[in-house]
Design a protein. Structure first.
Length: 95
């Protein structure tokens, strides 16, 4: 995992994610223990939360779903994700 909650790898953004599945709404909550906390409505069953995470991040960063990849943590709340060439950045990310 990254030492900070995000790191730039050239034009790509690597993220530590702490996922809260089964939440009341989809949201980027903020930073939680050196990870970006994301809440999602889908349950952690049969990869549904992972699919929704990819869709949520693709929308957030204005990229295609294929530009978001879960590198590790598919069966965990703690995930390492890469976003290839994000077009938009939320305020908590800066170069």
């Amino acid at each position: 995992m990254l030492k900070e909650y995000y790191a730039w790898d050239g034009a790509n953004l690597r993220l530590n994610i702490f996922l809260q599945p089964g939440a009341s709404r989809n949201a980027l909550i903020g930073v939680h223990n050196q990870a970006v906390k994301v809440s999602l409505t889908s349950p952690p069953v049969a990869g549904e939360a992972n699919k929704q995470l990819v869709q949520f991040l693709a929308t957030l960063f204005k990229v295609k779903k294929s530009a978001v990849k879960i590198l590790s943590g598919e069966r965990s709340r703690h995930k390492h994700v890469i976003v290839y060439k994000p077009s938009q950045l939320p305020e908590i990310f800066s170069k």
